[in-house]
Write a protein that binds this ligand. Sequence first.
Ligand SMILES: C[S@@+](CC[C@H](N)C(=O)[O-])C[C@H]1O[C@@H](n2cnc3c(N)ncnc32)[C@H](O)[C@@H]1O
Length: 316
Amino acid sequence: MNIAYNMDCMIAMKKIEDKCFDLAVVDPPYGIGMDGGTVGYKGANNFVKKGWDKSPPPPEYFLELFRVSKNQIIFGGNYFNLPPTRCFVIWDKGAGFRGRSYAEAELAWTSFDRNTRIFTRDPLCNGDYKGKIHPTQKPIALYSWIFSKFARPGDKILDTHLGSGSSRIAAYEAELDFVGFEIDMEYFQEQEKRFDTHISQLSIFAGGGVLLIFAIDFDGTLCVDRYPEIGEPREDVISAVLDAQRIGNRFILWTCRIGERLEEAVAWSAAQGIIFDAVNDNLPDMIALYGNNCRKVFADGYIDDRNVRDLLGVEI
Ligand SMILES: C[S@@+](CC[C@H](N)C(=O)[O-])C[C@H]1O[C@@H](n2cnc3c(N)ncnc32)[C@H](O)[C@@H]1O
């Protein structure tokens, strides 16, 4: 089960039984006005200011949250009147955020009687804000890490303030049951689209159990096109390729580069973690299957900068 509702969580929680959820991972308004406009680092700006971050949730919210869930992880826990805890989750945004006028880390209060834990991830370097749909969107990887440390297989997860749906996607990937609520219709619809794109991307790669062969272009696709130099890495595309390879799909590098320039591209890709199954060539088992090695390489999908969104679900 993985469901999102366009609903006020205060109304929704009233209908939920006591301790229905194993773990609530929530990110309510902190009351600091970060809901769009011109505040915040690259990306909180350029969103229509909707006014939901004027004040933190009322005390009844926390009473209900504690009633419907067995354990809680509450982002912005330093803004709310919560009991003392041994275990905070600290999201350290990495060296790029040090000494700037923005927060270097965010704190989540937890109900766990364990040591405080730190997760370090720079959302800018990792491309977490590419295609951002929400002013306070958190990385999927942050939720994935939280679930890997604090959830158990079969757990039922609640997010009362879904926003961009990063928690929902991470729960889906971790095969956890999930219910989320988002009051704003526009955010809700955007997160539905984001979730569907993510699922269809996974299903292309999983192919219903059939593993696929992709021929992928280099300049403009895996890196920004600065041929004959190699441009900046396209982090989202690289991580989508790595995810697809991890579950067994195979990738052929399919590029106009030759000689030294080609060798540079192969070495650069290896440094990003991508080892190709073939380079400007058919896979050996396809040569054996078809009994020839024709000039057009055989693949189930041919990926370049124009269709990377359709085949990898990545906006560039
Ligand atoms: C801090 S943001 C959550 C961001 C989210 N963690 C993410 O990664 O995108 C809080 C969200 O709660 C929503 N919200 C505010 N009050 C709500 C309520 N009573 N019920 C459900 N959602 C609410 C806001 O519209 C906003 O999208």
